[in-house]
Write a protein that binds this ligand. Structure first.
Ligand code: HEM
Ligand SMILES: *[C@@H]1O[C@H](CO)[C@@H](O)[C@H](O)[C@H]1NC(C)=O
Length: 327
């Protein structure tokens, strides 16, 4: 089949060209067209499941975005957060930032089943599924779009202790937040833009109780604090939820305008606007939605590039909850 051979050469050249362009423009070897030839319908399948899940429950979009963040901040974007506890796996799901909090795992399972069906075999990594689902979630809730770089592979390990160490905590002050992001190769602009992820979703009383009862009035609007205290008293109500911004089902700039009025829900949110070096970014994003969307997209790509496994490293899991050798 001569024509087939020519096609193969053309495809080969395109691939080489693609790799070269990617190598020049980004430090990682990920590329937006990674599955274009091996499974052209993969991304559509992911989007379909995400859209259905988000229209069933808007919060799911927030939960899926958070999963990608918590994956990338623990030994890179390698799908490690999805591994269940087993003899060999000390699951990150049991780490303090995730336990009784990280959610959306069933949706990831459903995406994985659909994508493997569409592709005919396990071809798309769980780590890439998380990255695409995060983008599709933001888009489904009205936010910015970006081209997701692909080609990550899945880890064969997980680390609960690394999850406890490396994911920032809501009690952090500004310098701790800056240092934490720096340790992941992200700067202050990335910190503020990505914190805009709190434009969607909810938090439990346990993580904002100290803020609404003990933060000084110079850091929290007293009426805002009082309103929240009803649903989150000093004792009890641990599992009660509050929205991270007033429009928790819409990806918008309200998270930032809220900070200007000392109405950030988490202590760490308000730290971005308390007279420190990040104030100017908060101010800008509070009125310039376009700048926020652009910077959020760029920082998401940067976060998605954190230490991916590529080439023959790791594996493509058949089940996002288990490493293949455990079958
Ligand atoms: C800057 C440091 C950050 C801290 C300290 C932090 C902390 C938290 C905490 C404590 C919660 C509430 C969890 C719960 O009560 O169940 C939360 C929720 C959330 N976080 Fe963050 N976060 C940070 C950055 C980010 C980033 C970078 C993103 C994404 C780009 C993100 C996305 C979310 C989303 C979407 C939710 C809501 C999840 C849901 O409703 O299921 N966060 N975060
Ligand atoms: C932030 O917290 C760290 C650790 O508790 C502390 O050492 C540091 O002094 C704090 N920085 C500021 C500016 O409050």
């Amino acid at each position: 089949m001569a024509s087939h051979g020519c096609l193969t050469i053309v495809v080969y050249c395109l691939v080489v060209l693609g790799v070269a362009t990617t190598a020049l423009s980004s430090p990682s070897s990920l590329s937006p067209d990674f599955y274009d030839h091996s499974c052209p319908d993969a991304l559509k399948a992911i989007q379909r499941v995400v859209r259905a899940a988000v229209s069933k429950e808007r919060r799911m979009g927030a939960s899926l975005l958070r999963l990608h963040f918590h994956d990338c901040f623990v030994n890179g974007c390698d799908g490690s957060i999805l591994l269940d506890d087993s003899e060999t796996i000390d699951s990150e799901k049991n780490a303090k930032p995730n336990v009784n909090s990280a959610r959306g795992f069933e949706v990831i399972d459903e995406i994985k089943r659909e994508v493997d069906k569409v592709c005919g075999r396990p071809l798309v990594s769980c780590a890439d599924i998380l990255a695409v689902a995060a983008r599709d979630s933001v888009v489904a809730l009205g936010g910015s779009a970006w081209k997701v770089r692909l080609g990550r592979r899945d880890s064969k390990t997980a680390s609960r202790s690394a999850a406890d160490q490396d994911i920032p905590a809501p009690v952090f002050n500004l310098s701790q937040l800056i240092d934490n992001f720096k340790s992941h190769g992200l700067n202050e602009k990335d910190l503020v833009a990505l914190s805009g992820g709190h434009s969607i979703g909810f938090a439990h009383c346990t993580v904002f109780r100290d803020r609404i009862h003990n933060d000084p009035s110079t850091e929290i609007d007293p009426n805002f604090a009082r309103d929240l205290q009803r649903g989150c008293p000093t004792n009890g109500g641990d599992t009660n939820l509050a929205p991270l911004d007033p429009t928790a089902a819409c990806f918008d700039q309200a998270y930032f305008s809220n900070l200007l009025y000392k109405k950030g829900l988490l202590h760490s949110d308000q730290q971005l606007f308390t007279g420190g070096s990040t104030d100017d970014y908060v101010k800008k994003y509070s009125y310039d939605t376009k700048a926020f969307y652009e910077d959020f997209a760029n920082s998401m790509i940067k976060m998605g590039n954190i230490k991916p496994l590529t080439g023959s490293q790791g594996e493509i899991r058949a089940n996002c909850r288990k490493v293949n050798s455990n079958y």
